[in-house]
Design a protein around this ligand. Structure first.
Ligand SMILES: [Zn+2]
Length: 74
């Protein structure tokens, strides 16, 4: 009876360790996904060399500009 009890306790501990590991892995994946979504790609204005987030930049062909005025001037 003692051996059976020992095996049952061992299995319970093993399952708990597995659950904790799975939980930590899931948390890591979600935080890294959140980080990659939040990071804005920085681009440089081809005219005044100002750095700005890609979302705010004006794109002309393959080049980025800080404002519409610079895009028209270059
Ligand atoms: Zn500019």
């Amino acid at each position: 009876m003692n051996i059976i009890r020992f095996i049952v306790i061992f299995i319970i501990i093993w399952l708990l360790i597995r659950m904790v590991k799975n939980y930590r892995n899931r948390e890591k994946i979600t935080t890294s996904q959140r980080n990659s979504n939040n990071i804005d790609t920085m681009v440089q204005c081809s005219r005044c060399e100002l750095h700005l987030p890609k979302q705010q930049a004006t794109k002309r062909g393959e080049r980025y500009y800080c404002c519409k005025q610079h895009a028209d001037e270059d």
